[in-house]
Design a protein around this ligand. Structure first.
Ligand SMILES: [Zn+2]
Length: 181
């Protein structure tokens, strides 16, 4: 018998999530929409010391901002807390860790990895966009809307492409095309 207490079980299987995303993609959002704030104070950009979480080396970085790094890490921690087998890797921003990787000409990006059962390989997605991670979080927590960059309501069915990219879900868009014909 598998030991179910060994680690928190993943909340949903890949099939369940694909089903859910397909339904979401094909259901017009009819709930309320908060338009968001029209004014906001821009975050002042400045260099900061990025400390590589893997080897500890310090590097001066401007982009993504320290805020985006921290917030993205928080989002992934929330996913782990909810029971998802997900991780965030930031090795590409570290000159020491990056020198051992193959493709050094590409822009450095955070790598998000996730899988929905112990028997499947991890899906790897690359993104420095905090909104991509927030979208994943809301979807995996079973919500149908997320808060946009300005606090506006964004129905997740307008972010199906992001969810497909970040989670490696398939059989979603095909269904959408059939429906729209
Ligand atoms: Zn490093």
């Amino acid at each position: 018998m598998p030991d179910k207490k060994k680690r928190k079980l993943v909340l949903h299987t890949r099939e369940e999530l694909e089903d859910h995303l397909r339904t979401l993609a094909n259901t017009p959002y009819t709930g309320e929409r908060f338009p968001g704030a029209c004014c906001y104070s821009p975050v002042r950009e400045s260099l900061y010391k990025f400390v590589c979480p893997h080897c500890g080396m310090e590097t001066d970085l401007l982009y993504p901002s320290e805020y985006v790094f921290d917030e993205t890490q928080e989002v992934v921690k929330k996913l782990q807390k909810a029971g998802y087998d997900a991780y965030l890797y930031c090795t590409e921003f570290c000159p020491r860790c990056r020198s051992v990787s193959e493709n050094t000409k590409r822009e450095a990006e955070m790598q998000f990895v996730i899988r929905f059962s112990d028997s499947e390989n991890y899906h790897v997605a690359r993104s420095n966009i905090l909104q991509d991670y927030l979208c994943v979080l809301e979807f995996l927590l079973g919500n149908e809307v997320m808060s946009g960059s300005f606090g506006e309501t964004v129905p997740l069915n307008e972010r199906v492409d992001v969810l497909v990219k970040m989670l490696g879900l398939t059989n979603v868009e095909a269904q959408q095309k059939i429906r729209n014909r």
